[in-house]
Write a protein that binds this ligand. Structure first.
Ligand code: E4P
Length: 213
């Protein structure tokens, strides 16, 4: 499983990139709004920092509008992936982008069948939202099993991005259950690195080293 970061914040992207683990970035309208910056200029900055896929979401609700926005976004850099919501209009847009060789990430996926439809329309990636399912008392991770099984049985090449990740168990389980990518909030990257026994071990090694005779 590869790692993307789920943010539009440049410092967080640079920090994750320096760790050598970053294969891409996902953004969404809420994350971009939080930064208070121009969307296209921020995408330009992100794509110049990161070689992998950078997902940029359309906000139009009709296919024509989505296609118009997505075409503009895809001109920003060759590594832009157009992020499209999982709707009937979204599927039409995905088909149009796929015909033009433009990569797509179908977002707000909450069922296996939605993922299958997105894949059949030509999606490069599907983004099942784990945390938001957990929030309403459903099992977000079960959705990874479901999509992974469907894609395996039918030999579908669309990649699964485990999204709406809230904690390290989401990440380890998504990897175990067949997600190709996990898109991580910066906070979760920090949590994944940390282990109390690692910290305790370093402390002990240093203490022993400083007390050497
Ligand atoms: C995915 O691409 C989305 O940007 C993101 O993971 C949504 O997560 P949230 O439910 O924490 O907003």
């Amino acid at each position: 499983m590869k790692f993307f970061i789920d943010t539009a914040n440049l410092d967080q992207i640079k920090e994750a990139n320096d760790l050598g683990i970053l294969a891409g970035v996902t953004t969404n309208p809420s994350l971009v709004a939080k930064e208070g910056v121009d969307f296209h200029s921020r995408l330009k900055e992100i794509t110049s920092l990161v070689d992998g896929s950078v997902s940029a979401e359309v906000v139009a609700l009709d296919a024509e509008g989505m296609i118009e926005e997505g075409l503009e976004l895809s001109k920003i850099a060759p590594n832009i992936t157009v992020k499209v919501p999982m709707t009937l209009e979204g599927l039409k847009a995905v088909k149009a982008f796929s015909d033009k060789g433009i990569k797509t990430n179908v977002t707000l996926v909450f069922s296996g069948v939605q993922a299958l439809l997105a894949a059949r329309a030509g999606a490069t990636y599907v983004s099942p939202f784990l945390g938001r399912l957990d929030d309403i008392g459903q099992d977000g991770l079960h959705l990874i099993d479901e999509i992974s099984d469907i894609f395996t049985v039918h030999g579908i090449p669309t990649e699964i991005i485990a999204a709406s990740i809230r904690h390290p168990i989401h990440v380890s389980e998504a990897a175990r259950r067949g997600a190709h990518i996990a898109t991580l909030p910066s906070k979760v990257i920090g949590q994944l690195v940390k282990h109390p026994l690692t910290d305790k071990g370093i402390e002990q090694f240093l203490a022993d080293w400083n007390n050497r005779s």
